[in-house]
Design a protein around this ligand. Structure first.
Ligand SMILES: [Zn+2]
Length: 224
């Protein structure tokens, strides 16, 4: 969470004469000196968002799942594949909640309020798989609580605005962008806008880390 930083266990060991590990923010994974998470908005969202994050994403600076969990008050983050960490998805088994998984299986309905279901007296929940596409495909097929749920996808004309990772094809967006668009399609414009503010901050940080943007916002000479 912003303001709550952890130690980078991947840094050099702090023995005799060794430099101490760089402190990193646990949301954006950047060194705390570069962390801009205090600028992230926090919003109420009606449709709950359940983020199942692959353990390999946990330290990635281009990851947006942890950012989503911070921005969206009605969300939860669950780590998948971490050693010794059981995946508790009891949140998906609540009796009064209708859940659907955001994943681009061909033939899945496009996200809409009707597709997610709007039954009186029940809450809605969108499940997102925060991983590479190959990891996410395996998670969709193998996690029992996920596999049994209905799936929804984004339309093929959904195009990425933020180049955090290499785009792979029509309708395939990174976790943060996919959730922003899905929330917009579900009528949650305010929550979608807040997520996009967060994406702009993450994208700027990632560009700076790659040496493609100066701190004053100009393009670095090494930018390609
Ligand atoms: Zn941060």
């Amino acid at each position: 969470m912003p303001g709550k930083q952890n130690q980078d266990t991947g840094g050099p060991p702090s023995g005799d004469g060794a430099a101490p590990p760089r402190r990193r923010c646990e949301v954006c994974k950047h060194p705390v000196q570069r962390c801009a998470c205090s600028l992230l908005p926090r919003v109420e969202n009606g449709t709950a968002v359940v983020i199942i994050q692959h353990a390999h994403e946990r330290k990635s600076q281009s990851n947006t799942g942890s950012m989503l969990a911070w921005i969206l008050r009605n969300s939860s983050l669950h780590l998948h594949g971490g050693p010794g960490v059981p995946l508790d998805l009891s949140v998906l088994r609540q009796a009064d909640v209708d859940c659907a998984v955001l994943f681009p299986w061909s033939g899945a309905p496009v996200v809409s309020a009707d597709a997610l279901g709007r039954r009186p007296g029940r809450r809605q929940c969108l499940v997102v798989l925060d991983a590479t596409w190959s990891q996410a495909r395996k998670m969709a097929q193998r996690i029992p609580e996920v596999r049994r749920l209905p799936f929804l996808r984004l339309s093929d004309d959904a195009a990425p605005r933020y180049r955090l990772r290499k785009p792979l094809g029509p309708g395939l967006l990174g976790t943060g962008e996919a959730v922003a668009l899905a929330l917009e399609l579900l009528g949650e414009a305010g929550a979608a806008a807040a997520v996009r503010v967060g994406l702009s901050i993450v994208a700027r940080n990632v560009l700076m880390e790659r040496g493609k943007l100066r701190r004053d916002g100009g393009a670095a000479r090494s930018a390609r």
